[in-house]
Design a protein around this ligand. Structure first.
Ligand SMILES: [Zn+2]
Length: 207
């Protein structure tokens, strides 16, 4: 950790929390980082001395699963941050979804970071699923974002480009399917057609 260039502290002149420039200072502390420094209020220019204590972030071991494999890593959280099953959390550059939390040897639904022993998570990177859509003779391209396990069914209707689009075939690797479904992770391209709006019979305005 390094001495920050500025800190948000109470200014005795402004009688409010303001941004202060750190003129000089040193960091210490073990579980809590203590910044001892001379600061200058950016609002009124008042120079004073402050001691800022901030809890140090904690490193939590994480078991990351992806398909049949699992790997170990670490996530960094503030000690008072609460993590819950179902939360999205970054493991390095990897977006993950928390599936299980262990604290003091027991599985818990949610827990303060400082009390967590291990986190289990699965990869949660979203995929870009390309669509080719036939709009009454003209084709347009679009895409949707989906998690790898998301299923696309032939006959599903979804909204693309503000139009209702029905899926009629899905390209997966070497073949095209026209019945059933495919997982997002296997999809190369989805083909659909804009659904004609149903005419409202008998919806003529009354006179
Ligand atoms: Zn001030």
């Amino acid at each position: 950790m390094t001495v920050p260039a500025s800190v948000l502290v109470e200014c005795p002149q402004c009688k409010a929390e303001t941004l202060h420039e750190v003129l000089s200072g040193k960091l210490g502390g073990k579980s809590v980082s203590v910044l001892d420094s001379t600061v200058k209020c950016k609002d009124c220019g008042h120079v004073h001395h402050v001691t800022v204590k901030t809890p140090k972030p904690v490193e939590i071991p994480i078991v990351l699963s992806w398909l049949q494999e699992s790997s170990r890593g670490k996530i960094v959280l503030g000690p008072d941050e609460v993590l819950s099953v179902g939360d999205e959390v970054m493991c390095g550059e990897m977006p993950t979804l928390v599936t299980s939390i262990e604290s003091k040897g027991a599985r818990v639904k949610s827990c303060k970071a400082s009390k967590i022993d291990t986190v289990w998570a699965k990869r949660f990177d979203k995929l870009k699923i390309p669509f080719s859509v036939n709009n009454h003779g003209r084709t347009f391209s679009d895409f949707v974002m989906a998690v790898p396990d998301e299923e696309f069914f032939i006959g599903d209707i979804l909204e693309l480009n503000k139009k209702q689009v029905a899926i009629h075939s899905i390209r997966i690797e070497e073949r095209t399917i026209r019945t059933g479904s495919a997982l997002a992770r296997d999809v190369v391209r989805v083909y659909g057609a804009v659904v004609r709006k149903t005419l409202q019979h008998g919806a003529r305005p009354k006179d």
